[in-house]
Design a protein around this ligand. Structure first.
Ligand SMILES: [Zn+2]
Length: 492
């Protein structure tokens, strides 16, 4: 298999046929962590697994191995190192946190390859080996950790590095932790209201966060940095719940923001916080999506409309001075150097959009989506509103405040659209097509989070300085704006 393959559609056809366990979401990414209840229902008993023992990988690559074998051995090495570090973390953490002895998974650790292992005994909880493709999971009935070393881990390693591999295994081991603490199949069956699947998934993300905090603080052997925490989060949100039109399916992993926030609960507060999570801590269900999902061409992204929220905001809070004009230039913006492909230029004032600049809106629109592009523009309008309110736009707080305001704008979106919808109603129940262009939904929120994790552009101040904030910090600032509103952002 080509090492450059990703799960988004560049896999050879033979591999695609085998991706039975995958749930492709709207943007072509892949969902792992199959519902543990489904797995348990079709799973093997603990006895048969114990006989199989551990099989983490297929040995080392020696002289004469092919490039694919060498790459496979490297992925096995990454997975082994990750699991060793995770087990060391829980051996150190579990008993002090929960006053219960820690026992490593008794059903073992299983690395399987859905292609190379065809014909071999299936991993725990699977009927056929091919079903492993694209998956990693904790098999509760066998108390075993299982992952796909043939497709999933190589792609994670290539796209997100060691942290991407580790976070998937950390999440799955997180399922082992909450199971050991009583949030297990039996609890989910008998108290489905209290222990929905979404809560188990949030707990697993949370426990993964506790491990990463330990690692960043110097625990274990990984040496992970905060930049690698962003890599881990980028991998994690790749497996968010898909967005569907019509009746929504049961939420399992949550959206991108839900996953980052659950991870952060553990990252900031530790393992006991994860165990204490309840349904009250879960985000409310996203609004039902009844309109077709489509990524607007950039030409339909009305950058003037985008600025209206921020112009109103400045006036509402007693600002003065003109709102910025929006203009485009070929190539990089001709002012506001360092801010990136969209810049706020206070002298005019103007929000200047560089067409064809490196990483410009068209590129972001096609790579992530229209709302990611809109987020880049919104951040510059946020700076414009900030300066009209007499607040600094050239210090370390300016970028964080801008991201917070973008969050407030993002949360205000649907309400704003409602107002426009009422205004655009022609009195006979017809609505203008313009309304739909202003509407955004759950998928758009995911796009904003993906952008914020990967790109500091929205957090740059007027001099182009984004401080040393991580992607995680940007998402947290954005989430604070969504939760608390613009007035709170302006008080920061
Ligand atoms: Zn899971």
């Amino acid at each position: 298999m080509s090492r450059s393959a990703t799960l988004g559609g560049r896999l050879p056809a033979a591999v695609l046929v085998l991706l039975l366990a995958l749930a492709l979401v709207a943007d072509g990414s892949v969902q792992w962590g199959t519902d543990p209840e489904d797995l348990a229902a079709g799973g093997l008993g603990a006895g048969s697994v114990a006989a199989e023992g551990n099989d983490t990988g297929s040995g080392s690559a020696g002289p004469g191995t092919t490039a694919a074998e060498a790459a496979g051995a490297e992925v096995d090495r990454l997975a082994d190192a990750a699991v060793e570090d995770l087990l060391a973390y829980w051996a150190e953490t579990f008993e002090p946190a929960f006053a219960l002895p820690w026992v490593p998974p008794t059903g073992g650790l299983h690395a399987a390859d859905g292609i190379a292992d065809v014909g071999r005994k299936a991993p725990p909880c699977l009927a056929r080996t091919t079903e492993i493709a694209g998956s990693a999971y904790y098999c509760e009935s066998a108390d075993a950790l299982v992952w796909d070393r043939g497709v999933l881990l190589p792609v994670l390693a290539e796209d997100h590095g060691p942290a991407g591999v580790t976070v998937v295994l950390a999440h799955e081991l997180g399922h082992r932790v909450h199971t050991r603490l009583g949030v297990d199949d039996a609890a989910r069956r008998t108290m489905p209201e209290r222990y929905p699947v979404l809560l188990s998934e949030a707990m697993a993300d949370c426990y993964a966060g506790t491990y990463f905090r330990w690692a960043v603080d110097g625990g274990g052997a990984s040496g992970f940095t905060t930049a690698e925490v962003d890599d881990a989060l980028a991998a994690l949100v790749r497996f968010r719940d898909p967005i569907v039109v019509g009746e929504p399916p049961e939420r399992t992993h949550g959206g991108a923001l839900d996953r980052v926030l659950a991870f952060h609960e553990g990252y900031s507060q530790g393992a006991r916080r994860c165990a204490a999570l309840t349904t009250q801590d879960l985000a409310p269900p996203p609004p039902r999506q009844d309109r077709p999902l489509r990524n607007r061409p950039l030409a339909e992204l009305s950058t003037e409309d985008l600025g209206t929220y921020f112009a109103d905001l400045a006036i509402r809070h007693g600002g003065h001075g003109p709102a910025p004009v929006v203009r485009t230039v070929a190539g990089d913006p001709d002012c506001g150097t360092g801010q990136g492909p969209v810049a706020f230029c206070p002298a005019e004032p103007a929000v200047v959009i560089g067409i064809g600049a490196d990483g410009d809106l068209a590129e972001v629109n096609s790579r992530i989506g229209d709302h990611a592009a809109a987020t880049m523009v919104a951040g510059r309008h946020a700076l414009a509103a900030t300066t009209r309110l007499g607040l600094p736009i050239d210090d370390p707080t300016a970028g964080r405040r801008a991201v917070c305001l973008v969050g407030a704008w993002s949360a205000a979106g649907p309400a704003q659209a409602d107002r426009t919808e009422a205004a655009a109603d022609d009195g006979q129940g017809r609505r203008s097509a313009h309304v739909e262009e202003q509407w955004w939904g759950v998928g758009d929120l995911d796009e904003a989070v993906l952008l914020l994790l990967a790109d500091d552009q929205p957090a740059r101040d007027v001099t182009g300085f984004a401080g040393d904030g991580s992607g995680l910090q940007r998402v947290l600032d954005f989430a604070a704006g969504r939760r608390d509103g613009a007035a709170d952002c302006l008080r920061r």
